[in-house]
Write a protein of this length. Structure first.
Length: 193
């Protein structure tokens, strides 16, 4: 596999000022970067997916860098996650190649945070919605940063396509107040606490 074929790329950003409670002291910014890629394995079984996964690293870096720019710089990112969707002529493992290609690229672009990159993969057709789970970039036990962002493109994925996405957020859920580890209390720096 020498590379991959991208049909389109989409970047989205939303700004949250409140969520039925007090106006946030600092607005929450949430962004998503997505790419629609032709599935080279649509309609057939391929034993070795590693070359395709490796080729997609460049796309992961491109999306991560573009999303960080959209978010105003890596110093503004506190949460991240990734999503992947395969069209009906593929298999879920075709979408799973994005775990390494997108996740490691995003970590690299953000300076190497250690927390697991939350992920969700599914099968869908044009306009299908996938909720990308988000979590704190430095410690998975920071409960207030566990929430989602939406990944959707009106005409993708077609049956022979894959839809890959990365999500980032500038802070926790609006008015999070249910306890757990706070970002300022991260001390172990092992990606957990």
């Amino acid at each position: 596999m020498a590379g991959y074929e991208v049909r389109k790329v989409k970047y989205c950003k939303e700004t949250v000022f409140h969520d039925r409670g007090p106006v946030l002291k600092k607005e929450l910014v949430v962004g998503v970067a997505m790419a629609v890629v032709r599935n080279p394995f649509a309609g057939r079984y391929e034993e070795d997916l590693i070359p395709f996964q490796s080729a997609l690293r460049a796309l992961g870096h491109e999306l991560a860098d573009g999303l960080i720019k959209l978010m105003g710089g890596k110093e503004n990112i506190e949460s991240y996650g990734k999503g992947m969707m395969v069209g009906e002529d593929g298999e879920i493992e075709h979408a799973a190649v994005w775990h390494e290609a997108g996740g490691w690229a995003m970590r690299d672009a953000l300076g190497g945070p250690k927390a697991i990159v939350p992920a969700l993969k599914s099968m869908g057709g044009p306009g299908a919605r996938l909720m990308i789970p988000l979590g704190h970039i430095r410690a998975s036990f920071v409960r207030g940063h566990h929430f989602v962002t939406e990944m959707t493109i009106w005409d993708a994925p077609r049956k022979d396509e894959l839809l890959f996405g990365l999500g980032m957020a500038s802070g926790p859920r609006p008015n999070s107040r249910l306890g757990g580890l706070l970002p300022e209390k991260i001390s172990v720096h092992d990606g957990q606490r």
